[in-house]
Design a protein around this ligand. Structure first.
Ligand code: ING
Length: 315
């Protein structure tokens, strides 16, 4: 039996002036609790080292550099890696990354990092679906300038062999798009790790506000069920710098059932012991892609609808 005992470490608000050491102390407390409760892996939210700074417009983007990490681990985050190795627990950490490529071009990315029980990095994921807007919009009660602060990832959604299973990652808005789960489902993912920061007020259409919690669980439960995978959705919730953000962290089984849910909007650890072979209950039956998915069916539809196959493809 292949089990992962996973901890979803929800965070409450991180204040604008909260230092990295102060935040890392909160993460370490959750990591130690997770280890005490037998976790193999503890999952932190999106942007878990700072407040959700895209809610503010900063004209000169270099004035925002302090919200980003230029090295991982760095002096302030090394204690997380040391503690992970000491306790023998892996972790997944969301943060903003500022880097420079070989051509001297600056890159600003919204990152999820998967770290093993030995404290060594296994994989890095760059958020694909960057929501919000590129320029400050004065009509909004608060900004959502992720498209100003981050560039979209173009590596898609990977799956890595870790903790005895097939692990995938996604960040926040990624969880709303079916492609996210299917791209990993086609790679045999067994557990998808997702961190999110989701304001309860959606300025472009406030009628959706009342459905924020429903939509949050709907997309992750659907993604889990339709791809026969566990999904771990971890919030940074509560009222952060005046913006009320969705909590409701969950661990979801391949059946789509919620098997653990946070009940507060603060720092809270929920744990579930996940039998990865349970995924086969769905991927060897109802969602046996090889047997039922008929990719030629989709190609036929595309052809009928005049979609021109790429050059050189058979008619
Ligand atoms: N946040 C949001 C999300 O997709 C958003 C964007 C906010 C969507 C409010 C809907 C309502 O959950 C991030 N960080 O992607």
């Amino acid at each position: 039996m292949r089990h992962i005992t996973v901890g979803a470490a929800q965070l409450g608000p991180i204040a604008r002036d909260e230092s990295r050491p102060e935040v890392v102390a909160r993460l370490l407390a959750l990591m130690r609790d997770a280890a005490d409760r037998g976790c193999d892996l503890v999952v932190f939210p999106e942007l878990a080292l700072t407040t959700f700074f895209p809610r503010w417009a900063i004209d000169n983007i270099t004035d925002a550099d302090h919200w980003y990490e230029t090295e991982m681990p760095g002096p302030d985050t090394q204690p997380l890696f040391n503690e992970a190795a000491l306790l023998g627990i892996g972790f997944c950490l969301g943060y903003a990354e500022l880097s420079e490529d070989d051509a001297g071009v600056t890159h600003r990315r919204n990152i999820y990092l998967l770290v093993g029980k030995d404290g060594e990095t296994i994989a890095k994921f760059n958020k694909v679906h960057i929501p919000g807007h590129e320029e400050s919009e004065s009509w909004r009660p608060f900004q959502h300038l992720e498209r100003y602060y981050f560039e979209a990832g173009d590596d898609g959604f990977g799956v890595w062999r870790a903790f005895g299973g097939n692990i995938g990652m996604a960040i926040c808005n990624d969880r709303r798009w079916p492609e996210t789960y299917r791209e990993m489902g086609l790679q045999g993912v067994e557990m998808v790790l997702i961190g999110y920061n989701t304001p309860l007020h959606y300025a472009p259409d406030p009628t959706q506000n009342a459905l924020a919690g429903f939509h949050n669980h709907l997309v992750m439960q659907s993604g889990a069920y339709q791809n026969g995978t566990f999904v771990v959705g971890v919030a940074k919730g509560g009222i952060e710098e005046g913006v009320d953000s969705l909590a409701q962290t969950v661990i979801i089984a391949p059946s789509g059932q919620i098997i653990a849910q946070a009940i507060t909007t603060g720092d809270e650890l929920i744990v579930a012991r996940c039998d990865l072979d349970f995924c086969k209950t769905y991927t060897d039956t109802l969602f046996d892609f090889e047997h039922y998915r008929m990719p030629e069916h989709y190609q036929r539809i595309s052809n009928q609808r005049g979609v021109t196959p790429p050059e050189g493809d058979a008619e």
